[in-house]
Design a binder for this molecule. Sequence first.
Ligand code: PMP
Length: 372
Amino acid sequence: MLYLDNSSTTPVYPEVLEEMLPYFLEEYGNPSSKYYSLAENSKNAVEHAREQLGKFLNCSSTELYFTSGATESNNWILKSVSSSLPDHQVITTVAEHSSNLEIANYLNAQLNIHVEYLSVDRFGRINFSELESLLKKRPTSIVSIIWGNNELGSLNDIQKASELTAQYGALFHTDATHVVGKMKINLSELNHVHFLSASAHKFNGPKGIGIAYVKKDEDGIPRKLTPLIHGGGQEQGIRGGTLAVPLIVGMGKAAEMHQVAMSKNIKKLEKLEEYLVQLLTEKFGLNIQFNSDYTNKIPGIVNVQFIGINNEVLVKQLAPVMAVSTGSACSSSKPSHVLQAIGLSLEEVRSSIRFSLSSNTELKDLNIFQEL
Ligand code: PMP
């Protein structure tokens, strides 16, 4: 079976698993325990992974906090920043992942915080004049904009959006879940990006672990977010809970491997994508319509309408030979809000399929499309 649902999740690299195993078996110490070597070894492993991730994202490792994944990071960052300034508005976009949209809706409904949702263009990108006019209208605590869209692959210009946001004195967050591992990220050059979320399982690490990047303030002092998870003082006292050492070790290793192979993987993904588009066009011609565009996007995500065909039926029919999806796994019971936001009719949304490739996919594997 050909796996083309890598935006939902990716397989753990064997080298990543190998690195994790000792931390289940021999090195099982709690990194918060003291004085004995089992605890010290676990603590060192956690800090080594933090360093690997710091190098991968070009930030200080002390600005990275381990969470259970991007869902938690998004919830934590938006809730903490906005509730410290409840009379300020939050600005996000209509094309965010459900974890971001749901916390924004919660902030509005439960905490009475004013929330604005930026519209997006035909490919899911924001409009800067709309952002500026919203920033002008009311004081803003935080602007949160997805970097690479999980359904279409389209990239937002995060540098430009964060610089504009800074002119109005607000903080800036980006959900970078689909950009990490697919694009070189240099947080040291993104001076006005204060927060970032990501999950390890999107870049061949384990599920259930992620990071929240929290930039130090202008004086180099760690920004103290209010905890979402209150507990035993782990993670500089702002994210409680015993650290998931094996998962953290796995995420660090996956980051290191992607850092080494980044340019090679990007080139391969671009080639695979080009070939997939060619095969789909040859096979289905006028019976398909591409929802993704070709430039300024994450390589390896292709979203296509199969005109007049129900996507659920198609995904089921393909399942014995190919794993694909109708969109985000986290909102798979509803028609995609992202595709509706780019202006597709419900019928068009219900005929759309997302193919997501990985550097493990081989060009020849895609020839299966000629046999469909
Ligand atoms: N943001 C985006 C853009 C995602 O695609 C996902 C996962 N589908 C998440 C956040 C949440 O990640 P997780 O389920 O690992 O918490």
